[in-house]
Ligand binder design. Structure first.
Ligand code: URA
Length: 243
């Protein structure tokens, strides 16, 4: 490489680095993302079901009980969630959208692509975190889930969290945050402040932040900066270094 091309490349890298540090966009940290799983979790006895077995059994139950209530009957298939049972970080969204309903996978549409960028900017591999929603079936017209729908299908999420017991949960948007931390406040007030999910003797820190779909609709430097600062707090908690 010529001296001039080398200098140009260095300047370009510096620009990217500055933008990343300012949270101006979600720029992948490195070409080799970290697999954030917890192999050190207590190994079950030989005969006991592993967390992965328990998640698989729960998925089968969610499939057999689909669609959970009459108002979700237009959904095509359940969208249970995906990721390893020993994930240290769980993302919780609201409900599957059209693309998720078509594929059976969470966060694969436009909001999912933005979430992928955020995960990469955190330095993580998507396949090493667990991604799911409060609702496991798409509400008609992608509307906000009703209280009845949440009641009919949120027990799967509760059980998923009990099985995985991650170190931290990121709540994406108002409905996920309100459900997890049992608050009536809005996401603008709750985001960026540590809270916790407490259920059946288990307590897991929750970091509420904006939903990626909201971010896409309001793609301003201010909102991006706020979301980046929220996820940075999680990165710090789990002891990852991003700069
Ligand atoms: N929005 C969500 O809340 N969840 C998805 O899986 C996709 C979009």
């Amino acid at each position: 490489m010529s001296i001039q091309a080398d200098a140009q490349q260095r300047v370009a890298i510096q620009h990217l680095e500055t933008e990343r540090l300012l949270g101006v966009d979600f720029i992948p940290l490195s070409p080799s993302p970290i697999m954030l799983t917890e192999s050190a979790k207590a190994a079950p006895d030989d005969d006991a079901a592993t967390p992965q077995d328990r998640l698989n059994a729960l998925r089968e139950r969610a499939e057999s009980e689909f669609p959970y209530c009459k108002s979700l009957a237009e959904a095509t298939r359940p969208v249970f969630g995906e990721g390893p049972a020993d994930a240290r970080l769980v993302f919780v969204g609201e409900a599957p959208g059209q693309k998720e309903d078509e594929t059976g996978r969470p966060f694969v549409g436009a909001a999912g692509q933005k979430l992928d960028q955020i995960i990469a900017a955190m330095g993580l591999a998507r396949e090493s975190v667990y991604i799911t929603n409060i609702l496991k079936a798409r509400p008609p017209e992608n509307r906000t889930p009703t209280i009845d729908e949440i009641e009919a299908s949120s027990s799967y999420l509760t059980e998923q969290l009990h099985i995985i017991q991650p170190e931290v949960i990121i709540a994406l948007g108002g409905p996920a945050t309100k459900f997890l931390i049992k608050s009536k406040d809005g996401i603008t007030r709750l985001r960026g402040r540590w809270s916790s999910w407490e259920e059946g003797g288990v307590r897991i820190p929750v970091m509420p932040t904006f939903h990626p779909a909201y971010l896409l609709r309001n793609y301003t430097p201010e909102i991006r900066k706020q979301m980046w600062s929220d996820v940075q707090k999680v990165v710090e908690l789990i002891g990852l270094k991003t700069n």
